[in-house]
Write a protein that binds this ligand. Sequence first.
Ligand code: GDP
Ligand code: ZN
Length: 347
Amino acid sequence: MAKRRLNKQQKWRIEKIQEERAARASRRERDIDRKLQSGELGDEQSGLIIAHFGKQIDVEVLEGEQRGEITRCHVRTNLGPLVTGDRVIWRPGADDLGVIVALQDRDSLLQRPDKFGQLKPVAANIDHIILVIAPEPEPHDNLVDRYLVAAENCDITPVLLLNKTDLLSDDNRSAINALLERYRGLGYQVEQTSVHHAPEEDSTIERLLKDRTSVFVGQSGVGKSSIIRRLLQDNSIRVGDVSESTGKGVHTTTTARLFHLGNGDLIDSPGIREFGLWHMDPEHLEYGFREIRPLIGTCRFRNCRHQAEPGCALLEAEARGDISPERMQSFRRIYTEMENSDWQQPG
Ligand code: GDP
Ligand code: ZN
């Protein structure tokens, strides 16, 4: 197909749109400045970002009479990118539009590279990443390890959750159990559930979520949406269910949203569910394999590719049994794919 050429009129329109956008941005900044200086803003107080819509942010009030309510806020560009899960300091405005004036320290930050490879924050203050796997679709070490590597590189604890235990059979049980044992052996918490179990009988997910902020990630088809849908149905106390000011429902936004469930918080977005499936550098890969991390820099050759080089600390560790053949194979496979750069981010 011939490359589409923009005609003069289209070019003019695009420029005009860009100019208007820039003008709006500077008007907004001026407006915020004016509010800050005029003293028309209320006292500083803490809040929690529960959703993000372009330049506007939904902040949950964490103190005072309005506690639990949601306020739309503007944010100054000099605060850097703010994300769902961030705790902030904000000031109420007379016109119901507050201003975020500071970002509080983050305990953790979930980041992913944008299309230029620059790390971009996605969500903050997540306590653990629940990596969902299932007997079907069959879990490939390779894919499980990619998710784990991404989690380890954000320094957020991953937990493995086997869903669809109702599909365990004599055909797949031993392979799945071996896989779970392997990850348990590496120190990962491993849990099992099925969305077909009644919540009264199976409290696995409830326990996992208790008093924490969680995200669910994993391969398509393992049951993440089913688990999340049920969690949201089971919990009548929800925050940001339907945003009044936009009328947009939960699933119409692609940005991350925070939900208060009965006993813990959930941050979710389509992007988060696929967290981890992107290009990684060898250094990130080595860091992301727990049993390889202590060996970083100990190979004889500084540029060792851990394939068949003499004095390779990884090969020696594998021979000693300190790295399982499955993990080593998975490591090598991801490593080679990264080198060949034939891994395309899905979507
Ligand atoms: P997602 O892509 O990870 O969000 O997966 P979905 O939630 O869309 O689930 C994929 C399919 O698996 C759907 O047909 C679900 O009904 C089914 N499913 C989800 N959880 C379970 C489970 O525990 N057991 C069984 N047998 N099927 C499940
Ligand atoms: Zn090596």
